[in-house]
Design a protein around this ligand. Structure first.
Ligand code: FE2
Ligand code: FE2
Length: 291
């Protein structure tokens, strides 16, 4: 059965609804009670550090968007300016305060737009490349938001097991409620481009090639130290027990949209490769530190 076509109207309504349903979470709404800060820090301190940094980096993501999509339309503008950035920055501020309440150092977000993005941004002034950049931007958004949803689900369960109800009920649950709407926005936007055949076959070819060469897990920004940090997050959340299952969750959308489920593909191989690389870098770091 063909899916219902996704219209620009539907996407605009989705953005409107997200804005109405989910105002940014105020810092004052958080109950800062922590039953056992040492236990929370030991089990999830690293994960909270990572999430805080990545959420605070939303301001770099906005600069990247402006660089990649110089002709950004009204729906995209409303999404990033009125919904997404205001929500994400609060996630970052709340988690950053939590990490400090746990006795850890404040996050140091990486706010500089990379040279690679600037080059792609310069090329994106050509309309044909603009559409490729746009699809890649939406796929990146969908992939990172999906990873956020999965991470918050895992950490929520772990903190519930520790009995840290103030954190789960006033921090993780409200944040977790806002992420699926972000994912849905990127998913709908990418799906609409494919469904409407916006890209010529050669543009899709370029998009696949670039995706293969430049896929990054959330927050790793193509840097080894962040990749190793992400490996630690994967291990601490217990996701390494089934990396393929995790790759499937993260990669299902782009397997379908970008690769048309080529040869029964459930997820693009570069996703699993990135996960393995992160875990390997983390384990190497552990060995180095242990030595
Ligand atoms: Fe977030
Ligand atoms: Fe998000």
């Amino acid at each position: 059965m063909p899916r219902q076509p996704i219209t620009q109207q539907k996407i605009a309504e989705h953005v409107q609804r997200l804005g109405d349903l989910y105002p940014p979470i105020p810092l004052g709404s958080v109950d800062r009670t922590i039953k056992d800060p040492r236990a929370v820090a030991a089990k999830f301190g690293h994960v909270i550090d990572y999430l805080a940094r990545v959420e605070l980096e939303v301001d770099r993501n906005v600069l990247e968007l402006l660089c990649l999509l110089p002709d950004v339309d009204d729906t995209n503008k409303t999404f990033y300016a009125d919904v997404w950035q205001p929500q994400e920055i609060q996630h970052g501020l709340i988690l950053d305060r939590l990490q400090q309440d746990l006795g850890r150092t404040a996050a140091e977000p990486h706010l500089e737009v990379s040279f690679k993005i600037k080059i792609l941004g310069a090329l994106a002034n050509l309309p044909a490349i603009q559409d490729v950049a746009k699809l890649l931007y939406f796929l990146t958004g969908a992939s990172t938001e999906r990873q956020a949803v999965l991470a918050y689900n895992q950490i929520n369960t772990g903190l519930q097991e520790l009995g840290e109800t103030a954190i789960t009920e006033t921090i993780i649950t409200p944040i977790k409620q806002q992420e699926p709407g972000h994912f849905a926005f990127y998913q709908m936007s990418a799906t609409a481009m494919i469904q409407d055949n916006v890209l010529q076959p050669w543009q899709l070819y370029v998009a696949r090639l670039m995706r293969e060469k430049s896929y990054n897990l959330v927050g790793t920004i193509a840097m080894d130290r962040y990749k190793a940090d992400m490996g630690g997050v994967i291990v601490d959340l217990g996701l390494n027990a089934d990396l393929e299952g995790y790759a499937r969750e993260v990669g299902r959308l782009e397997a379908r949209l970008l690769w048309a489920n080529r040869n029964g593909m459930e997820f693009p191989p570069y996703i699993l490769k990135a996960l393995r690389e992160s875990v390997d870098l983390y384990e190497e770091r552990l060995k180095r530190e242990g030595a």
